[in-house]
Write a protein that binds this ligand. Structure first.
Ligand SMILES: Nc1ncnc2c1ncn2[C@@H]1O[C@H](COP(=O)(O)OP(=O)(O)O)[C@@H](O)[C@H]1O
Ligand SMILES: [Mg+2]
Length: 551
């Protein structure tokens, strides 16, 4: 048996056997210098088998220290019919454990060779083996991480120096191979993380480039009303959590502004908030916008595209106008939210995401649910923390502040030095019901600023008569407006030098008939019926210009 051959001193061993052992050790050492992390576990067990066989042993075990408490057997090979060594707790074999941790080689041929203090070791060895044992500490980067043991269970044997020395070197090589492959694994993991982050950055970047086109100024929230303060309190309460927030309120009440504030106050603020306006995208495309698609997922899908969920990984996804989502997309959205993963259209690979949802709607979702246009299960999932945005007419006390802030903003961009806003205008604005809320107020201020001259600003609320507030595109209306403008410039003088007819390049008689046709009365004043805005408190003669182009 091989065991006998290398049993005693090298002198007794056959030169052939020794040569064979040396050759094996050289081969194994060479193998472990270049072993990869994918194959190292398998190669270690193969090496254990070769060594056990070559030396006529019974088993070999590699144990690794876990939590400083246990040596766990991670690699073992034993002769058929023998139990693998199960590993041990530090407290159960304290003498052995501390010898290993000190970096000592433990070697005994007979259990009685063990020192007196190795009490448990002796007991365990008598009961379960080994009878002879050679254990080397396994070091990675100078630190003991475990041990590699060779032993016999059925017979005793000696451990010649040549064997001990060769095996010690071999175990050192195993240690550095483990260190190297662990480092490779680390690097691989780090590389994958870098790749993942790079992809994420690319997606965010593409998204941001699109966003930049729609310039989103980060305007602050203006207002001091109780209603708005109540909203801000709720924002502060929920911002730092991962809870879904549902913003409900009429159009123009500042839902998007609040969504921004929620994101900016949340721990996710380092990444850009991702938006999707469910009302602005054709129903057929919403799915691929949300979940992404692979090239060729459907006719016309020419390139692959990451969905908003992927882009919003570790950030916030703002689903604006969520009430407009088609029912079939609602189902898929719910599933994505439940499973926290999506599949791109045309792919079966799941992509996990960690996304905080803020949804907004100006619909009464309760009613939508009752009328089965909105899924109740999705509603409950989104409605974890509802915030109701007050309409502007519920907080008219904010109007002066808002006007001031908009005037300030437009004064800068239009380069118009406005010093004050007419008090009467402010009162009128506070009485107006503002169906379009702050957006409408802002537009109204903007229009007044475009038309303003002088340092005092007059603003009229939009006409709430039923006639359309959008400017008419009729040619005849434009003609009438132009006539009025020119008449205003000439102080309603039709004839003579610098009269309206001359400026317009028509005969005075022609102009007369045009004025009749348009029902424009002579006499230096515009008839009221022509101009719904003419009653606002503007002082100078040029006001008619402003009024008309507003009509
Ligand atoms: N409290 C506020 N202070 C200043 N501007 C506001 C405020 N609330 C809304 N706005 C402005 O009103 C407009 C509409 O707001 P937005 O958030 O888009 O409303 P919604 O999403 O509810 O339709 C935006 O120009 C926004 O900047
Ligand atoms: Mg909006």
């Amino acid at each position: 048996m091989a065991a006998e051959r290398l049993n005693d001193s090298p002198a007794q061993a056959g030169v052939d056997d020794q040569l064979r052992f040396e050759t094996l050790m050289t081969e194994l050492s060479a193998k472990f210098v270049s072993v990869t992390s994918a194959s190292i576990d398998h190669e270690i067990v193969e090496a254990q088998k070769d060594i056990v066989r070559a030396l006529g042993l019974d088993r070999s075990t590699l144990v690794q220290l876990r939590d400083d408490e246990r040596f766990v057997a991670t690699h073992s090979w034993q002769l058929p019919g023998l139990q693998p060594f199960p590993g041990f707790a530090v407290k159960d074999l304290p003498w052995m454990a501390s010898a290993i941790l000190r970096g000592d080689v433990v070697c005994f041929s007979r259990i009685d060779d063990l020192p007196e203090e190795a009490v448990s070791e002796r007991q365990v060895a008598r009961k379960f083996g080994p009878r002879s044992n050679l254990t080397f500490p396994l070091k990675v980067g100078g630190r003991v991480i475990g041990a590699m043991a060779f032993g016999t269970v059925r017979h005793q044997r000696e451990w010649p120096d040549v064997v001990v020395n060769r095996l010690r070197v071999f175990v050192e090589i195993i240690g550095s191979a483990l260190a190297r492959t662990r480092a490779e694994d680390e690097i691989q993991r780090a590389l994958e993380e870098v790749k993942r982050l790079r992809d994420q950055l690319q997606r965010e970047n593409m998204y941001l480039q699109q966003e930049i086109k729609t310039v989103r100024g980060c305007r602050g929230l203006v207002g001091e009303s109780y209603a708005l303060r109540r909203v801000l309190e709720q924002v502060e309460q929920v911002a730092h959590t991962n809870s879904s927030v549902l913003l409900v309120g009429e159009t123009g009440t500042g839902k998007e502004l609040i969504a921004n504030a929620l994101h900016e106050l949340s721990p996710r603020r380092d990444r850009p908030m991702v938006r999707l306006n469910c009302a602005a995208i054709p129903a057929t495309l919403i799915e691929s916008e949300l979940f992404g698609r692979e090239k060729g997922a459907y006719t016309g899908a020419l390139s692959r595209q990451a969905g908003r969920f992927e882009v919003a990984h570790r950030s916030t996804l703002f689903l604006d106008e969520v009430g407009e989502l088609p029912l079939e997309v609602q189902v898929k959205l719910l599933r994505a939210l439940q499973e926290k993963q999506v599949e791109r259209l045309g792919s079966s690979k799941s992509i996990s995401f960690d996304v905080r949802i803020i949804a907004a709607t100006n619909r009464d979702l309760d009613k939508e649910v009752r009328e089965r246009r909105f899924r109740d299960d999705l509603y409950y999932r989104l409605n974890v923390f509802p915030i109701r945005m007050p309409a502007l007419r519920e907080r008219p006390e904010d109007i002066p502040l808002l006007v001031q802030s908009f005037v300030h903003e437009f004064a800068k961009s239009f380069c118009k030095p406005i010093e004050s806003v007419d008090q009467g205008s402010l009162r009128a604005l506070q009485l107006y019901p503002w169906p379009g809320n702050i957006r409408e107020l802002r537009n109204t201020v903007e229009r007044a600023m475009i038309l303003a001259n002088g340092s005092r600003l007059f603003i009229s609320p939009p006409s709430d008569s039923s006639n359309n507030s959008a400017p008419s595109l009729l040619l005849s209306d434009a003609e009438r407006g132009h006539l009025c403008n020119v008449l205003a410039m000439t102080g309603w003088r039709v004839r003579g030098k610098d009269g309206a007819a001359e400026l317009l390049g028509v005969k005075p008689t022609t102009l007369d008939s045009m004025l009749v046709r348009h029902g424009i009365a002579h006499g230096g004043e515009q008839p009221k019926s022509l101009n719904p805005l003419s009653d606002r408190p503007l002082g100078s003669g040029s006001n008619s210009l402003a009024s008309i182009s507003n009509g």
